[in-house]
Design a protein around this ligand. Structure first.
Ligand code: SF4
Length: 215
């Protein structure tokens, strides 16, 4: 079973249980359709990171107070802001199925979430390769909404990145990203190598790492 299928099955709540043949078939169909429909786009940019206090950082006009994020970025002087989306076409596709075949819409939601993660992982690998040339190493990506990093900062990130103009990514009054299958994230740049696990601290074996993200 490939990684994206495993992830989709996990999002569907199967845990360690085996997904039945019918579900696996629906997942395969959903990925096929999503691959044809999605128009993934992303942007990233490096910013200077200013430390105001132990738990408060500043990136241009954005000031963030978060103990969890500060711990993750400890020792970093620069940070990458990353915005990525699968495009509005995926929202339309899921909506269409939610009117006609609810089971398929649910599976498609899970598959789209897995596809978005896969896409961001790939983008992150490209950034890793690029930064390595400058002897900089990536910390795991950290999104608004993780721990005590407020979701409200998403608006400032979108503004800083001109995400609306560049990749059509905006947000609603209630802080929901539009298109919905989108992500904003920070990735700390460090001069010391931590070999951060691509999937983040939760699955990383370095249990004694001082930058470990608390869940
Ligand atoms: S625990 Fe692992 S993934 Fe998390 S910061 Fe440390 S090395 Fe990176």
């Amino acid at each position: 079973m490939d990684n994206r299928t495993k992830e989709a099955i996990r999002y569907l709540g199967y845990g360690r249980q085996e997904a039945d043949e019918q579900t696996l078939g629906l997942v395969a169909d959903a990925f096929r359709e999503l691959d044809e429909t999605a128009k993934p786009r992303s942007i990233y940019r490096t910013f200077e990171l200013q430390w105001k206090q132990t738990d408060t950082i500043r990136i241009e006009m954005m000031e963030i107070h978060s103990r969890n994020l500060s711990k993750n970025l400890k020792g970093c002087r620069q940070v990458v802001l990353l915005c990525g989306t699968l495009g509005i076409e995926v929202d339309y596709l899921i909506k269409r199925y939610s009117y006609t075949e609810m089971a398929k819409a649910v599976v498609m939601q899970a598959c789209a979430a897995a596809l978005l993660e896969e896409y961001l992982d790939e983008r992150q690998e490209e950034i890793r390769t690029e930064m390595k040339k400058q002897n900089l190493y990536l910390r795991p990506r950290f999104s608004p909404g993780y721990g005590d990093f407020s979701i409200l900062h998403q608006r400032e990130i979108l503004t800083l990145m001109e995400a609306s103009k560049k990749i059509g990514l905006t947000m609603t009054e209630s802080s929901m990203l539009t298109p919905t299958k989108s992500v904003t994230a920070l990735i700390g740049l460090s001069t010391t190598q931590e070999n951060c696990h691509q999937k983040g601290c939760e699955v990383c074996g370095k249990k004694d790492c001082i930058y470990r993200r608390e869940s």
